[in-house]
Structures are given as structure tokens and as C-alpha cells.
Design a protein around this ligand. Structure first.
Ligand code: FES
Length: 149
């Protein structure tokens, strides 16, 4: 058993050290808002925060998480920045099929927590690697600008 700090509380998990964090979250803790897309760090569907940084949980082993704080989409709305992002997402009707959107929101929140006035180039750099098959990229960028106001 390992204890991780997940969504504000110490959480015991049985997954071994090599298990990707994604599967510990989804299979063991039923935190299924974090999605599986590619399993190779290429699509961003599995994005969570590790000490405030957006990381791909499908390629982050449990052993790399030990002393760090994990936040998933289920708890991200506790922060002011996250509330602004979620409101902008709703107002601009960003979501289409929705599958990638928890990862998109996690990356957007991590960006705005570090950069309150991102340029288009900042947004493109931060969101690069969060793929959306419905191509909602234009609305995502607009929503990030709106959340930054
Ligand atoms: Fe992790 Fe695609 S599932 S980046």
C-alpha cells in the first residue's frame, strides 16, 4: 500500500509503483473524470495536476507521485481560476462530444494559474498536446481568454 495526496486528502492505494497514476485514479479510486485516450502521453485526455503542473497521468507512474499533490477534474473547481475556466467553458459552449474536455480544462487551469494574461501563443504552447477530435480549439482558446478577464 502507498499513500498519495489526492484531491486534498491522504489516500491509500494498493497499486504497485509502476502502475500509471491514471489507472490508480480510475480503477482503484473511481475518479473516472480523468480519461484514457492514447496511453502514450500524446493526447492529453488523462491530464491531472501534480503540484499545480499539468501532467499526463497515463505516463506518470505511482512511484513518481509519492510526495506530490495530485488534483483531478473532480476537485479542480475548488479554486478561483478553475471556476472562471468552467464558467467560460459553459458560456462559450466549448464542449462538443466532451471526451477530451476534462484534460483540456486541467491544462487551461494550470496555464492560467501561472499566467493570468496569456497570449494566443502562450495558449497554443500550453494546450499543445491536448487533442480534440471535434476540433473545438477555437472555442477553447476564446474561453481561456475569457477566463483570464
Ligand atoms: Fe494520456 Fe493520451 S491517455 S496522453
Amino acid at each position: 500500500m502507498t499513500t498519495l495526496h489526492i484531491n486534498g486528502k491522504p489516500t491509500r492505494i494498493a497499486a504497485d509503483d509502476d502502475t500509471p497514476l491514471l489507472w490508480a485514479l480510475r480503477d482503484e479510486l473511481q475518479l473516472t473524470g480523468t480519461k484514457f485516450g492514447c496511453g502514450m502521453g500524446l493526447c492529453g485526455a488523462c491530464t491531472v495536476h501534480l503540484d499545480g503542473q499539468a501532467v499526463r497521468s497515463c505516463i506518470t507512474p505511482v512511484s513518481a507521485v509519492a510526495a506530490k499533490k495530485v488534483v483531478t477534474i473532480e476537485a479542480v473547481d475548488r479554486g478561483r481560476v478553475a471556476k472562471a475556466v468552467q464558467e467560460a467553458w459553459r458560456r462559450l459552449d466549448v464542449v462538443q462530444c466532451g471526451y477530451c474536455q476534462s484534460g483540456q480544462v486541467m491544462s487551461a487551469v494550470a496555464l492560467l494559474a501561472q499566467n493570468r494574461k496569456p497570449t494566443d501563443a502562450d495558449i497554443d504552447a500550453a494546450m499543445n498536446g491536448n487533442l480534440c477530435r471535434c476540433a473545438t480549439y477555437v472555442r477553447i482558446r476564446a474561453a481561456i481568454h475569457e477566463a483570464a478577464r
